[in-house]
Design a protein around this ligand. Structure first.
Ligand code: BES
Ligand code: MN
Ligand code: ZN
Length: 499
């Protein structure tokens, strides 16, 4: 999709999308008397209101379609509402099978004093490109024809172009890498294996001289003692790996490590998942994909920070070589873990990745992203990832990045009372809680387990089990993979590097 800016509303595009605030309902009189009259009538007959998100559609030359979208009260406009409005615009125009549109929504939004022009630019490119995404490669041509991408959007913009243009550029990089992540997550597990993700990581590294990639295979993982990771992956025909991307964007300074759960399929192992729980488990590598995407975006934007992208990759399967419930493994940091449940595999691959990263790279900050618990989906649904940790300033910074980016996070408490809930009986730890009924506070106890593998780094755990894959569509997010984590981390990292 090409995005251009123009001082006036373009008339070369197929559709026109107009915003309207609640405050000024006699809008567009000077633009077109005919349209103003029609709008006035529609408002009077309550076919349309200027409340946020309301849509009115009409036909008028020279456009094939004119869509008017209520923007709600000016004072209540937020950057996320701008994304949603543009997402609605894309959906409307795409739904009418048109290929281009012109809009004044962004121009109107920027007249709102609280929103910086650069942020408006970023959010605009993000919303447009994310909303235009579809995973259609497996559809035959006649079906594909029905959902053609929008090719051109003309944004009315009368202010100075510099900051807005800068924002558009950043937003495009962030959105395109988010869409790259969605492709990886939507692709079936038969395609996206551990070696497929290894190749994807190497391909990203090959395009950017500032990225080095290191891959540890099964043999090396065993030799180095990452037995928790090996245990999860050893039942699969595609062996486990640890992929580490090193991005050197700054001359000096410590690493920020991003660690992503990369289970290419989570059958549950011998604690096999039942029908209704197993079908979407190709998405259990969304954390690793988001980490890869973030490193890619950081490199494309030349971010002045040192980053590590750590991807523990494994497929959790059933076979004669798979681990058993009741097995005890020794993790990289020396702690022993009883496998109380083979389906609690995410924490096993992450704990080794975290302690290996800390011991070998000494990062200042570790952020892990994982589709870790069903309990997180129950607690928060799709519209926020859960965050946990003990470093208040890091939690705060991520919360801010979540609000600005629309890729939201919500804190779960890390109460002292939970700190021994993952202790084992015949081993140091158990991978499932042995206290109470076993399932209480499932997302928190998973986080507590991970915390036992962090020595001195500032650490935060982000559970994206709900936010990474939606069964409903949003305004600029489709059903299916969302690329959750990329925008969150990019906004956080841009904040940290002073933009
Ligand atoms: N990958 C799942 C968590 C998950 C569930 C992600 C639904 C996305 C949607 C994870 O490996 C898992 O199976 N967790 C178990 C943990 C339990 C056995 C302690 C769960 O949540 O049931
Ligand atoms: Mn599982
Ligand atoms: Zn899993």
């Amino acid at each position: 999709m090409k995005i251009i800016t123009a001082k006036t509303l373009g008339e070369d595009q197929q559709a026109l999308v107009l915003g309207i605030f609640e405050e000024n309902t006699d809008n567009y009189k000077s633009y077109s008397k005919e349209l103003a009259q029609e709008l006035q009538d529609a408002l009077k007959e309550k076919m349309f209101s200027t409340k946020f998100g309301e849509i009115y559609s009409t036909k008028m030359k020279p456009f094939h379609k004119i869509v008017v979208i209520g923007m709600g009260k000016k004072e209540e406009l937020t950057i996320e509402k701008v994304r949603k409005l543009l997402g609605k615009a894309v959906t409307q125009v795409k739904g009418a099978k048109l290929l281009s549109f012109s809009t004044n929504i962004v121009e109107l939004a920027a007249s709102h004093k609280k929103l910086s022009e650069e942020l408006v630019g970023m959010a605009s490119a993000e919303a447009l490109l994310l909303a235009n995404y579809s995973f259609s490669k497996y559809l035959s041509n006649d079906k594909k024809e029905k959902m053609k991408d929008i090719e051109l959007v003309s944004l009315q913009w009368t202010h100075a172009p510099a900051a807005f243009g800068e924002g558009l550029k950043k937003g495009r990089v962030i959105a395109e890498t988010t869409n790259f992540v969605k492709d990886l997550v939507n692709e079936p597990a038969a395609v996206v294996t551990t070696s497929y993700l290894e190749k994807a990581a190497k391909a990203v590294a090959a395009r950017h001289p500032m990225i080095n990639v290191k891959v540890m295979d099964m043999e090396e993982l065993q030799k180095e003692g990452l037995h928790a990771l090996v245990g999860v992956g050893k039942g699969s025909a595609t062996p486990p790996k640890l992929v580490i991307l090193e991005y050197k964007g700054a001359k000096s300074g410590p690493f920020t490590a991003l660690v992503g759960k990369g289970i290419t399929f989570d059958s549950g192992g011998y604690n096999l998942k039942p029908t209704k729980y197993i079908e979407d488990m190709k998405t259990d590598m969304a954390g690793a994909a988001a980490v890869l995407g973030t490193i890619k975006a950081a490199a494309e934007l030349g971010l002045k920070k040192n980053l590590l992208g750590v991807m523990p990759l494994a497929e959790n399967m059933v076979s004669g070589k798979a681990q058993h419930p009741g097995d005890i493994v020794r993790a990289y940091n020396g702690k022993t873990i009883e496998i109380g449940n083979t389906d609690a595999e995410g924490r096993l691959v992450l704990c080794d990745a975290i302690s290996y990263t800390e011991a070998n790279y000494n990062p200042e900050i570790i952020i892990d992203l994982a589709t870790l618990t069903g309990a997180c989906v129950v607690a928060l649904g799709y519209y926020a990832a859960a965050i946990m940790g003990k470093d208040d300033s890091l939690l705060e910074a991520l919360t801010k990045a979540g609000i600005d980016s629309g890729d939201r996070v919500w804190p779960l408490p890390f109460f002292d009372e939970y700190q021994d809930w993952m202790d084992g009986t015949i081993s140091d730890l158990n991978n499932v809680s042995m206290k109470g009924k076993g399932y209480e506070a499932g997302s928190i106890t998973a986080g507590v387990f991970l915390s036992k593998f962090v020595e001195k780094a500032k650490w935060v755990h982000v559970d994206i089990a709900g936010s990474a894959y939606w069964s409903v569509s949003g305004d600029y997010v489709q059903k299916g993979a969302t690329g959750s984590g990329v925008r969150l981390l990019m906004y956080y990292l841009l904040d940290q590097s002073g933009k």
